[in-house]
Ligand binder design. Structure first.
Ligand SMILES: NC(=O)c1ccc[n+]([C@@H]2O[C@H](COP(=O)([O-])OP(=O)(O)OC[C@H]3O[C@@H](n4cnc5c(N)ncnc54)[C@H](O)[C@@H]3O)[C@@H](O)[C@H]2O)c1
Ligand SMILES: [Zn+2]
Ligand SMILES: [Zn+2]
Length: 377
């Protein structure tokens, strides 16, 4: 078989922090050993893309191609890749699974030491990019970069899925929905009859809510500053909504009153370390567990009175809901195909690739849950 060559295709390129993306021609290198090149079919916009795009913390990592919640089709495979064939349908993942490192074999963690969250805008294997414009490197995001007709990912950063899975909906399982469900089921392991408080009712928060409901939680309290989010939240299992702006007292006091001293579990799905503190204060002494999922824009330090921990509360974080992508994601896909978990209701907009900036604006303005971008429309 002839070796794959460079592909020239359209990608949405960010030239600077917060600057509107420009759809233009990029060169995509062939996959290196252990890598695959993927024809992206659909990609949804996650808050993490927006946060990183707005951030001025890494000015050197532009031009850059964002996007990490995606479905696609394998176009070519690099040397040594036996797991995939051209034409396989895949989901990309921003935390990979090499299957061999200490974490991958541990059974306790999805923090793969080889293919963990990539922060430098390059590929894991050689610290280089696979994209360029007129010879100038274009940086990756989370080693996925799905805002492009074609992208290259490590074979450990993708998961094969059934061709029966609808590409325009299943992409949400590549990050946000899986992160929320995993936080509730795998990290917190919510038990029947328990009380749950969720801060942030976006896609991640609502995925926690549906997972809590499926576990038989007795109360699911949702906190959001944007009241437009409440109707959908109720459809996803939230039993009571609170707008902190409407309260005469701190929201944690309200939650404590509603739950006889604090919720069994609280979840931070906003991306604000001040909210992490409120979530910790909202759970109960003795066994209260706060799971933080959000990626903060500013102020990365969390502050908490030590007495909250002495009194038995736990603060825990998770990426991708603690799921190991290759080992765990296929069963979540099956649950979706068997209609045991909902995904479709989280998609509020379907947009063509040329309207990608509209998706960014909708998310910045709090007017969407997930916008799915159809790359070939
Ligand atoms: N840990 C992971 O693996 C993982 C995966 C996906 C997303 N994330 C992060 O999770 C967070 C949520 O993602 P999303 O895609 O659902 O985002 P989103 O923007 O759709 O939802 C966030 C919600 O929080 C609300 N909000 C904002 N400030 C608030 C406040 N002070 N109090 C209460 N609510 C407030 C917003 O109105 C919005 O409804 C983001 O920080 C994102 O980066 C983490
Ligand atoms: Zn994400
Ligand atoms: Zn590993």
């Amino acid at each position: 078989m002839s070796r794959p060559g460079v592909i020239t295709c359209k990608a949405a390129v960010a030239w600077g922090p917060g600057e509107a993306l420009v759809v233009e021609e990029v060169a995509v290198d062939p996959p290196m050993p252990e890598e695959i090149r993927v024809k992206v079919v659909c990609t949804s916009l996650c808050r993490s893309d927006v946060t990183q795009w707005e951030s001025k913390a890494q000015p050197a990592l532009f031009p850059r191609i964002f996007g990490h919640e995606a479905s696609g089709i394998v176009e070519s495979v690099g040397d040594g890749v036996t797991e995939y064939e051209v034409g396989d349908h895949v989901l990309t993942v921003f935390v990979g699974e090499c299957m061999h490192c200490k974490h991958c074999v541990s059974g306790k963690s999805n923090m793969c030491q080889k293919l963990g969250l990539e922060r430098k805008g390059v590929m894991h294997t050689d610290q280089k990019t696979r994209f360029s414009i007129k010879g100038r490197p274009v940086y990756h995001y989370c080693a996925v970069s799905s805002f492009s007709e074609y992208t290259v990912v490590h074979s450990g950063c993708a998961v094969k899925i059934s061709p029966a899975s609808p590409m325009d909906r299943i992409c949400l399982l590549s990050c946000g929905v899986a992160a929320g469900i995993g936080a509730a089921w795998k990290v917190a392991d919510i038990s029947k009859g328990s009380t749950v408080a969720i801060f942030g009712l976006g896609t991640v928060g609502l995925s926690v809510a549906q997972a809590a409901k499926l576990r038989g939680a007795s109360q699911i309290i949702g906190v959001d500053t944007n009241s437009d989010k409440y109707e959908k939240a109720k459809a996803f299992g939230v039993t009571k909504v609170i707008n902190p702006g409407d309260c005469d007292e701190p929201v944690q006091q309200v939650i404590k009153r509603l739950t006889d001293g604090g919720a069994d579990y609280s979840f931070e799905c906003v991306g604000d370390t001040g909210v992490v503190s409120s979530a910790l204060q909202s759970c109960c002494d003795g066994w209260g567990l706060t799971v933080t999922l959000g990626v903060p824009k500013v102020k990365p330090e969390v502050s908490a009175h030590y007495a909250l921990l002495l009194s038995g509360r736990t603060l825990k974080g998770s990426l991708f809901g603690g799921w190991k992508p290759k080992s765990d994601l296929p069963s979540l896909v099956d649950k979706y195909l068997n209609k045991e978990i909902q995904v479709d209701g989280l998609v509020t907009h379907d947009l063509p690739f040329s309207s990608i900036n509209e998706a960014f604006n909708l998310m910045k303005d709090g007017k969407c849950l997930r916008c799915v971008i159809h790359i070939n429309k």
